[in-house]
Ligand binder design. Structure first.
Ligand code: EPU
Length: 321
């Protein structure tokens, strides 16, 4: 690929062999062959056209909060979305995908709109949050999103909430090639003070139940959905499931890891949090490999002990051979 051609379509300097550890909350990960930062949709379109023509694999990088990048890095193009404009009109918040979710939640609150308070605790960007239908403390992206625009095979297309096929920590963006450009949320007018209080409450709950120090990607695994009555009965024989878990047929993976006695387990500088079992932490100079070893260990144990197949919530990059 011609570097000059690539550089000619973006304002920010294109970097080569840029270490990805600096762009992820886990603070691990080897280099990207190319790192391109785009501030405008036109830049993104031009970069994608170049990557396509040169047949170079690419990955869109948002806030890096839900990513585990391998130690060998990514032999392709990392495209960092720095599309960060937003506007608020009436009850609607329009925001580009690269804006940090915290900033969107705060801006909505400052404008006296309620519905996104919970999102003030989310790391990463709006694009990442929508892609994985992020949620906490009773809220989920799918509940407030009305429409969005995506880049689909180079063209800008408007889509509606129902087109996302939202599920628990899931949307069609995880399974296809569409790139989210911007999102429109519809919120409800509320009392500014009440909104601020709700935000404070969510932040406090997070501090109480989840680790705030050590690099991490939030919850590593999705919670586990029990699939049938038979499975529920089988699990009840070996696990003392909490009433809400039975009701929702959803096992909190943090709780499960706790039950397996794995909290605090450490491989090198990678550690399962002592505070919340579903948080894996980089305590200093962990490698992606050490984190991966912990992941494998947890998955093997859950499968061997309970027949539970855990699924990662984090996006893995650069692990395939
Ligand atoms: N629990 C334990 N031990 C642990 C961890 C949890 O016993 O080590 C118990 C808790 O006491 C509670 C239950 O398990 O009874 C559920 O725990 P928690 O309330 O912390 O919620 P969670 O299901 O573990 C989910 C989301 C979080 C979100 C919180 C709060 C997933 C995978 N995780 O966690 O999202 O912040 O609810 O709403 O859905 C994330 O996705 O990255 C994330 C952090």
């Amino acid at each position: 690929m011609n570097m000059q051609t690539l550089q000619s379509v973006v304002k920010r300097p294109v970097k080569e062999q840029e270490l990805l550890a600096g762009y992820t909350n886990f603070r691990v990960g080897g280099p990207a062959r190319w790192m391109v930062e785009v501030e405008r949709v036109e830049e993104l379109q031009a970069v994608l056209a170049i990557a396509k023509q040169a047949q170079i694999p690419y990955v869109i990088l948002g806030g890096g909060s839900n990513l585990l990048v391998s130690d060998k890095g990514f032999d392709g193009m990392m495209i960092r979305l720095l599309l960060r404009e937003y506007k608020i009109e009436g009850n609607r918040v329009w925001t580009q995908a690269g804006l940090p979710t915290v900033a969107v939640a705060r801006a909505a609150g400052d404008a006296g709109l309620t519905g996104l308070e919970w999102a003030v605790t989310l790391p990463g960007t709006i694009g990442g949050a929508v892609r994985g239908n992020a949620g906490c403390f009773g809220g989920e992206m799918k509940d407030v999103l009305v429409s969005a625009t995506v880049l689909r095979e180079g063209r800008i297309v408007t889509i509606r909430n129902q087109d996302f096929a939202f599920g628990y920590r899931d949307s069609m963006l995880k399974h296809g090639k569409d790139i989210l450009l911007d999102v429109t949320f519809e919120l409800i007018p509320g009392d500014r003070e009440v909104i601020q209080e709700k935000m404070q409450m969510c932040l406090q709950k997070r501090r109480e139940s989840q680790p705030t120090s050590g690099g991490s990607a939030g919850c590593l695994f999705k919670n586990y959905q029990i699939k049938s009555d038979e499975e529920l009965a089988r699990l009840q024989e070996t696990l003392d499931l909490q009433p809400t878990m039975m009701e929702k047929r959803l096992i909190a993976t943090g709780w499960l890891i706790d039950q397996m006695g794995l909290k605090g387990l450490r491989i090198g500088d990678a550690q399962i949090s002592e505070q919340h079992g579903n948080f894996l932490l980089n305590m200093g100079s962990a490698t992606a490999d050490q984190i991966m070893q912990l992941i494998s260990f947890i998955k093997t144990k859950a499968r061997d002990l309970y027949g539970i197949q855990l699924e990662e919530e984090v996006q893995l990059i650069g692990f395939e051979d």
